[in-house]
Structures are given as structure tokens and as C-alpha cells.
Design a protein. Structure first.
Ligand SMILES: [Zn+2]
Length: 417
């Protein structure tokens, strides 16, 4: 089985120009004493919007690894794939995020549900959790309701897993099961029975991405009750430790948090919990790398700034089209967006400060940031003009990208002193 390591981090790179800067942040972390396995993730949705190919993600990752002489493991993640997309990612990926959120809530076959109920009957009562005095109360109803909600999704994950296994060969890839892109969070007890079903389905999942409570909007901070998140996250860690003890699951199974980047207010509880429970973590973040590109372009003043303004102005006109595919993961109040005319008068510094996620800066505008976050399609449409601008401002952008990952994410999540 491929070793993902205790800590791993998924980074996104929409335009395929920042893999080296991203890897540099991982190398910085290693020098600070924390080993993190880098994973480059790109979803089918992103490939479609940008018209890029999975092979390009692989190429850029391999290049960065070679140029920076990285000797440790690294992966390329086929992020959020369903059964029809498997083939597209077979050559380029060695990490598969099997997304079965769409199958949640579909009633399972009677026979399957009966089997699930009889396999799990033994847990009725109090479920003890390792290294804790906490207990989860399980009733027959708990099990039945988990089965009705999630069994079909897990069965679907099994189908997708077996398809990948057939094409890729057993043990040649990391498997993640994701259920995060749905409205209703999964409780820790539901997670336990999901893992039970994953084990019965013989999926060697190394990471599991549940939906946590609260909103994980793209590129901005967590919206929700941080205390509640903390309790839920800690219980999930304990549930996973328990599941690994009793079910036939990989020993290194860990939680995967699809953060949507920049969930600063929950990073501290995550960091504390990893330490408290001596647990591993996979975190997907830094889809905001592309925003660091924009910040770098804006800060360069001149042509770069003009291009950043042009992207905003076009995005503003195409609000519904750009926001539509992301409606469950953004909250933009269009009344609080600056008008393109106003933005035209800004200098680069003002643009950068309005966009950069620095809560202590009163110019920062989260609506502006989310709007631009989903506007990478406009940059893609600029084609070579955008890529040329990236090349021209390469150094400044690389500094932003590296600093964003190291300072705002790695140091806040992982136990770096
Ligand atoms: Zn996700």
C-alpha cells in the first residue's frame, strides 16, 4: 500500500504554474521538523472549466519534484471523481478521491440493509472510544438510520474503488472516500457506521472526508460554531481510531478535511486535537493559489494590475454564471462588491489588500475575494495572455504562493513550532 504519511496536504494549482512554489512550502516545513506529503489535487470540474488535462497536473508535479530534488513521496489526486470519470485519471493519478455525496439518502436494497443491520447489531449499547471517557450511545435506530442514509453511497464507493483497482492494480494508489459536498453533516456515530460499511465493502480507504457542521465557503474563513466543530472533530478522530482497531481497515486511515482553504478559526482546534490524540491528517487547501497569482499581478502595478482589474470587471458582469456551480460553497452579498468602475481607480496595493485574506486589514473584502475565487474561468479565457503575465511576474507570485501555504496554513494546522 502506498504510504501517505501521518500528515499530508492537498494543494491546488489551477493553471499549473505554482507546483514548485507549493513544494517549497512543504520543504520549508520539513526544515522546521514536520514531514508533510504533498498531494496535487485537481477536480474534474476544474479541468472542465479550464480545459486542462489530468496529464498536465502530473507533468507539473513531476517537474517540481525533480527540480527541487524532493526525495519523499508525493501524489496526484483525482479529486472528487465519480464512476464515469475514472478512466480519465488512470495514467496521471495515484490518489483517488471517490465522491459519493450524490448517493447519500438513496434507499439501499432490502437485502443489503438487512446484512448491514445484522453485522452492526453488536454495537447496540455504549460504544467506548479509545483514550477517552466519552461514549457514543448506539441504538438499533442509530444503525438503521445510518444504513438507510449512507449504505448506497458506500456501495457506490465500492464499485468505483473496484473499477480503479482493476485498471490501476491493487496497492498502487491511495483511496479516499468523500461525502463532504452535501448539505447535512455526518455525525461521529454516523461516521463510525460509514466506516463499518467501508470495511465490509473491502475498500482500503486511507482517508475519509466527511461533511462537518458549519459552512466551508471557498477561500474565506469558517462560518459556524467553532466549539461545536472542535467537539465533532475530536470525536471523529476517536471514531476513526476505534474503527481502525475493530474493522478491517488500513492502520493509517485518517481524516481528510476539504477545507476550501483559509479556515483560520478552526485551524487551532485542529492543531490542538492532532496533538491531543496523536492523530494524522490530510488537509485539502490552497485552491486559493490562483488568488495569490492575482495578488502578485495586482501588486506588480502596470500590465499585471490592468489584467487583474479586467478579470474582475468581466467576472462582475457574469456573476450568475460563475457563482452557479459553486453555490453551496460561497456566500457573496453582491451589494457589498465594489463596482468595476471603482476598482478601475485602485492602485495595486489597494487591489491586493482588498483581496488578501488578512482579517486585521480593514480593506479586506470577503465578497470581493469569493467572487474572484470562482472567476478563474475568466483567466482561463484570457489564454496565453494570462500565462504570459504569470511568467513575467513569476518571482513575486512564487513568494506569495509559498508564504500563503507555509505561514497561513501549514504553521497554523500542523505541529510546527
Ligand atoms: Zn471536497
Amino acid at each position: 500500500m502506498k504510504n501517505l504519511g501521518r500528515y499530508s496536504m492537498g494543494v491546488g494549482d489551477r493553471f499549473g504554474h505554482q507546483a514548485e512554489a507549493q513544494l517549497k512550502a512543504i520543504i520549508d516545513a520539513k526544515e522546521l521538523g514536520v514531514d508533510i506529503t504533498p498531494v496535487w489535487n485537481k477536480s474534474y470540474r476544474e479541468h472542465q472549466i479550464i480545459h486542462s488535462q489530468p496529464s498536465n497536473t502530473r507533468l507539473k508535479a513531476d517537474e517540481a519534484v525533480k527540480n527541487l530534488n524532493w526525495k519523499e513521496n508525493y501524489f496526484v489526486d483525482a479529486d472528487h471523481i465519480g464512476i464515469d470519470m475514472v478512466e480519465l485519471f488512470i495514467d496521471s493519478s495515484d490518489f483517488y478521491t471517490i465522491d459519493v455525496a450524490d448517493s447519500i439518502g438513496i434507499s439501499p436494497e432490502n437485502e443489503d440493509l438487512e446484512k448491514f443491520l445484522s453485522e452492526n447489531k453488536k454495537f447496540v449499547g455504549e460504544l467506548e472510544l479509545p483514550n477517552s471517557s466519552l461514549r457514543i450511545i448506539v441504538t438499533e435506530k442509530t444503525i438503521e438510520s445510518a444504513g438507510k442514509k449512507y449504505l448506497t453511497a458506500v456501495k457506490q464507493a465500492g464499485k468505483i474503488y473496484r473499477k480503479i483497482e482493476k485498471l490501476k492494480g491493487k496497492g498502487n494508489f491511495v483511496t479516499e472516500v468523500s461525502m463532504d459536498e452535501t448539505d447535512e453533516p455526518q455525525s461521529p456515530s454516523e461516521l463510525f457506521f460509514i466506516l463499518s460499511a467501508i470495511a465490509s465493502e473491502k475498500i482500503p480507504a486511507q482517508t475519509i472526508a466527511p461533511k462537518f457542521s458549519g459552512r466551508f465557503n471557498k477561500g474565506v474563513d469558517y462560518v459556524g460554531d467553532v466549539e461545536r466543530f472542535k467537539k465533532e472533530f475530536e470525536l471523529d478522530l476517536m471514531v476513526i481510531a476505534k474503527a481502525v482497531e475493530i474493522f478491517d481497515l488500513p492502520k493509517d486511515l485518517k481524516l481528510s478535511v476539504h477545507s476550501g482553504s483559509d479556515k483560520f478559526s478552526i485551524y487551532k482546534p485542529i492543531k490542538d486535537a492532532l496533538k491531543k490524540f496523536n492523530a494524522g491528517l490530510h488537509i485539502k487547501t490552497a485552491g486559493t493559489t490562483w488568488l495569490e497569482e492575482l495578488i502578485g499581478l495586482a501588486a506588480s502595478e502596470g500590465d499585471g494590475l490592468e489584467m487583474a482589474k479586467e478579470i474582475y470587471s468581466k467576472a462582475f458582469e457574469r456573476f450568475d454564471e460563475l457563482c452557479g456551480p459553486y453555490k453551496t460553497v460561497i456566500d457573496i452579498d453582491s451589494k457589498l462588491l465594489p463596482s468595476p468602475d471603482e476598482v478601475k481607480r485602485w492602485d495595486g496595493n489597494k487591489f491586493a489588500q482588498t483581496l488578501r485574506h488578512d482579517l486585521s486589514n480593514d480593506k479586506y473584502n470577503k465578497h470581493f475575494r469569493q467572487m474572484l475565487h470562482v472567476s478563474y474561468k475568466i483567466a482561463a479565457e484570457l489564454g496565453d495572455r494570462y500565462i504570459d503575465a504569470l511568467n513575467k511576474n513569476k518571482e513575486q507570485i512564487a513568494v506569495n504562493v509559498e508564504e500563503n501555504i507555509l505561514e497561513r496554513h501549514i504553521k497554523r494546522i500542523f505541529p510546527v513550532e
